[in-house]
Design a protein around this ligand. Sequence first.
Ligand code: IVH
Length: 668
Amino acid sequence: MDRGTAAKRIKELHNLLNQYNYEYYVLDNPSVPDAEYDRLMNELIEIEQKFPDLVVPESPTQRVGGEALSAFEKVEHESPMLSLANAFSEADLRDFDRRVRQAIGEHYAYVCELKIDGLAVSLRYEDGLFVMGSTRGDGMVGENITANLKTIRSIPLRLNENLNFEVRGEAYMPRKSFEQLNKMRAQKGEMLFANPRNAAAGSLRQLDPRIAASRHLDIFLYGIGEAGTLDISTHSESLELLSRLGLKVNKEWKKCLNINEVIEYVSSWTERRSSLDYDIDGIVIKVDSLKQQEQLGRTAKSPRWAIAYKFPAEEVVTKLTNIELSVGRTGVVTPTAILEPVQVAGTTVQRASLHNEDLIREKDIMIGDWVVVKKAGDIIPEVVNVLTERRTGEETVFHMPAQCPECGSDLVRLEGEVALRCINPKCPAHIRESLIHFVSRNAMNIEGLGEKVIGQLFLRGLVKDAADLYFLEKEELLKLERMGEKSVNNLLEAIEKSKSNSLEKLLFGLGIRHVGEKAAKILSEHYGTMDQLMKATDEELQSIPEIGEKMSDSIVTYFDNEEVKQLIDELKAAGVNMVYRGPRQAAQSNVESVFAGKTIVLTGKLEKLTRGEAKKKIEMLGGNVTGSVSRKTDLVIAGEDAGSKLAKAQELGIDIWDEEKFLEQLEH
Ligand code: IVH
């Protein structure tokens, strides 16, 4: 094939593939079988491989490509991306209508649209080509997520007209994609997304576009950033224009001539929302005329010509079949309602925390009751109330036990607390939950070690504390349920990788009472190494502004415990990093430190620093200081009167520095 023929065929293939893509992803009405699309796509890939200079950015082959980014660039929006004021009732909608009428008189129309529950994005087209897409950010400045947005197949890379404009809409994850994604994550023992919106946001925040591509996101466009020279005078015309250009507009929008029609639209969708393939969290009502929109103007945050009606949290009725108890990592025993599975706000709910016995009494909950369930903040399932009129007499009263359901030791109610606790430190539930916490994302972040795998490891006696995780053998792991060669290798790799985490992750993972993620970071930054922190006194700890008495007490008591000391020693022996590797260190050394990863021995008397100070500095820079010289030693720093250690280092041919060179390298 010569160049001219290739160029011509590429053009034909672009047109065909774009057309088929549009029919499939925007119109949801494909005209050719998938195999035909794939055949043409393969042909295009082949020609482009032979003539790489004919590859253009809008080629259908360019949706997923490029390297992972190291960070997103900031993008300033040409006009601010405003948010909307909310309405929660019919009365709020009528108030909004009154304000509109007062400002513009009686001749007007509204457009009602579904409020898609995803995240707002802006797409910029130049000469009809998709050139940049960004998040809303704070409304003024967002992040450039072009590569991720290109993976959304309903976003045309080229419009039907060569326009320059910015269009806005909502990127979202269809319910089906969400369910598939969470199913896969559950199999891999990864954290589940709470809802499709979080999953969509999480996907678009990925620096590697291949991840976003695998998440099957979609988009609805609902407005033009700045109409400028476009020949439109109403919002409904702009929606029609967007559709004509090949952009995906939600087809349920409706022009309403008065507020009663709006209210009817709202109540009809309140009923029907669960029938959609995607989540909506309300209805957006907009004044149709652009001139009237201008007349109405805006407040600092939102336009006066539009309002978002938010649906009340969806409530459903189901049967509470049992109350189970679970013991958390701090020993708190929590009753959980087991429910007959129901769909609430887009996901299946089958459990809801009942928190404590007082709450069960307050809500008069019995086992066997019909209950109303909703998701608080549309995320966490909650039992709202009991339908006492549906009781049959078969229901049974629930009592909290006096003993721990896992280890049988007496439960206690600590002063000022509602919760009942198991205070037996050897309780298997404590240990199992502590392990789950230890491997969780914000702690040691060991992917592939979900609750199920931990549960099995624990039951088989393979793991009794966090250090045991680092001594797991491949053969043992292969014996676990649903663990094949590949997942075992991945898991072992994740465990290995976690050894080099910065100190704060380990510290948080240990689950010391009152030491959350933030405190773990502050302590790690302050002390630099685990050894230094372990030596800290109450007084010293409290001199750190963010550390109070309760926390310092808890830290000192924790590290005073012999079993804890043993655990830390075992973790050290396993090669788990005990040094802070965060920003403070980076500030001190912009270049990779020469001490990082090295085993170093200090000997003789240093003039400018004490031995302890030198050790701390080396550890802060990622080095490991040991007491005696061996073949494993990388470097010896020798002060005045260095004796046998220096001699041994010379004998073994180990690198030796004097104090001057050491100080010089610290400056770097
Ligand atoms: S119009 C100035 N229409 O809801 C008007 N917004 O606070 C801008 N949203 O984050 C918004 N569906 O991303 C509009 N059909 C729709 C929408 C919609 C969802 C989101 C939007 C924004 C929030 C409004």
